[in-house]
Write a protein that binds this ligand. Structure first.
Ligand SMILES: NC(=O)c1ccc[n+]([C@@H]2O[C@H](COP(=O)([O-])OP(=O)(O)OC[C@H]3O[C@@H](n4cnc5c(N)ncnc54)[C@H](OP(=O)(O)O)[C@@H]3O)[C@@H](O)[C@H]2O)c1
Length: 254
């Protein structure tokens, strides 16, 4: 008979000193996730393209007392660009020596029927939601593999599984990212690296700015709901992995 051992209480929930790289950390889900990790004692590396908003978040977290200024690093990064991603990881290693957790969250949405859809928007959506996950994982993994420990959280969407009209690029990118997440999980599980896909339904964030047909903001999840989900996955004890987690507004798909 296999005996079930309850982990020591000290093993549960400890994020103090963990080095967490979060992409898309300047707004919405990424900002809420950065705030939650900082509050849990992690060293947080913030990445997004716009320097101003990124530095504003870093200041809010350090001056606002959520974290110590030495535990927050803002690295302006376009995660679709290979050199920028290499720089992001190198800055993280130079500053904190390792990457414990990577949260691939950055992503852009463009919507419209395939027949009218702008090919440049196709590239933007595919690159930010899919290629970026490959690039960030590729360059963060060596630090995790060297220590035989690490966690990668990919923030996808229910659009990875459900076909929404006028969302061809977005659904394709998220479905591809789910496939990539599963492949990655199987490639690194033997090295004690846990990989999780988080699939939220609609979340009230700036993502919806400029999208004329959007669900009711009042019914959406908050960015903090998703952040709390990510934190809880990272607080799970060793010896288990949550491979996929769907988080929906109480009314379901809006
Ligand atoms: N909101 C929803 O209803 C919803 C639902 C399910 C899943 N999601 C997913 O959740 C993730 C976060 O969405 P959100 O709602 O928080 O969006 P958001 O409020 O629009 O924030 C997106 C973040 O990603 C950054 N970003 C975009 N392109 C980037 C790039 N190429 N390189 C680096 N950073 C980039 C943005 O900053 P810069 O523009 O400064 O780069 C910003 O910090 C996305 O992957 C989205 O697909 C959202």
């Amino acid at each position: 008979m296999v005996s079930s051992q309850h982990p020591d209480a000290t093993e549960i929930g400890r994020l103090d000193g963990k080095v967490v790289v979060i992409t898309g950390a300047s707004k919405g889900i990424g900002k809420a996730t950065a705030t939650a990790f900082a509050a849990a004692g992690a060293k947080v590396v913030l990445a997004a393209r716009t320097r101003e908003t990124l530095e504003q978040v870093a200041e809010e977290l350090s001056v606002g007392g959520v974290s110590n200024p030495d535990s927050i690093l803002a690295v302006p990064t376009d995660v679709t660009n290979i050199d920028a991603v290499k720089r992001l990881i190198q800055r993280t290693l130079d500053t904190y020596q390792q990457v414990d957790i990577l949260v691939n969250n950055a992503g852009v949405g463009h919507f419209g029927p395939v027949v009218d859809f702008d090919p440049d928007n196709w590239d933007t959506v595919l690159n930010s939601n899919l290629k970026a996950i490959y690039l960030c994982a590729k360059y963060a993994l060596p630090s995790m593999l060297a220590r035989g420990d690490g966690q990668i959280i990919n923030v996808l969407s229910i659009a990875a599984k459900v076909a929404f009209e006028a969302s061809g690029a977005y659904c394709a990118a998220k479905a591809g990212a789910l496939a990539l997440t599963k492949v990655l999980a199987s490639e690194v599980r033997q090295q004690n690296i846990r990989v999780t896909a988080v699939l939220p339904g609609s979340v009230h964030t700036p993502f919806w700015d400029g999208v004329p047909q959007h669900p009711d903001f009042e019914q959406m999840l908050t960015p903090e709901h998703v952040a709390d989900t990510i934190i809880s996955v990272c607080q799970q004890p060793p010896g288990m992995v949550t491979e996929e987690i769907v988080v929906m507004p109480p009314l379901g798909i809006l």
